[in-house]
Design a protein. Structure first.
Length: 74
């Protein structure tokens, strides 16, 4: 049986309200999350894996990267 995956909880991003302290808290939480995902903060193992990482490690070739990422409307 595979080992249980234990994830560290990410920062919760509060919903912004119409006041400066709330907007600041939201911005700071977003900043922390981006820094963790880009590997600028926290443990290196918590950083997100990118398509470039997968190519560099030989898991995929550049032609396998989807070209329509982000082009879908919500």
């Amino acid at each position: 049986m595979p080992e249980q995956l234990h994830r560290r909880p990410m920062a919760t991003i509060p919903n912004p309200q119409d006041n400066v302290p709330s907007l600041r808290a939201t911005a700071e939480a977003m900043k922390e999350l981006v820094e963790v995902l880009t590997g600028q903060r926290g443990r290196p193992g918590s950083a997100a894996v990118t398509w470039d990482d997968l190519v560099r490690l030989g898991f995929i070739v550049p032609d396998q990267i989807p070209r329509d990422i982000g082009s879908h409307s919500l």
